[in-house]
Design a protein around this ligand. Sequence first.
Ligand code: ATP
Length: 235
Amino acid sequence: MTVLSIHGLDAGYNGVPVVRGLDLEVAAGEVVALLGPNGAGKTTTLRTISGLLPVIQGSVDVAGEPTDSRRPYKVARRGVAHVAEDRSLFPGLTVKENLRLSPGLKRRDRAAAYDRAVDVFPALGPLLNRRAGLLSGGEQQMLAVARGIITNPQLLLVDEMSLGLAPVIVEEMLPVVRRVADELNTAVVVVEQHIHLALELADRAVVLANGSVVLDGDAAALRDDPSQIEASYLG
Ligand code: ATP
């Protein structure tokens, strides 16, 4: 089943597109690695999907309904979880409070949310009452990802999970994304600079350059023959 369906998307800032003519479909349970050089439009694409930026032209549908930049909270409630590059935590609030305030978390799911977060990231267990601002970078990123996962999203968007993290922590955390796709049948889009790690967990890779798709292929095949990805980065 297709969860995310993007056709002919132009998106950007103040009416000026930086993403042009983008087509992308992601199915339930599928992990797509969205790759490409700095400034290619990856973050802009994720922000447009979750309604933080308007669609200038084309369409973005999640589970058959268009995204809505006038009401991003409604997009979250419909099952789009966005783990942003800046992690979007409340540093003065505890881990528990941050979990409880996760955008899109339904009231009835609150009680199970802490257990689910600790199940996915056991390291968060002893930290539930600690202020988010006092956590290490890796712990903060775990919390940011946990806030997305506990909503049981239909679509999970993860932007640069590895930013500022030690490679060992990245290797530990990235597989969680695969687990979410497999266990919850969530459609997942990960933006990642660690290309080889992303290709290991993804089903498909899509490379953007200058706001457009320049390569869309099977992740395993691209991992076995990196020349295609290299060529797409070099233009
Ligand atoms: P990075 O890895 O550097 O985050 P990216 O592929 O995510 O790269 P985007 O952040 O989507 O790229 O940026 C795409 C283009 O949009 C860039 O040219 C960037 O300068 C521009 N851009 C990003 N944010 C803004 C903004 N707030 N206002 C205007 N232009 C922006």
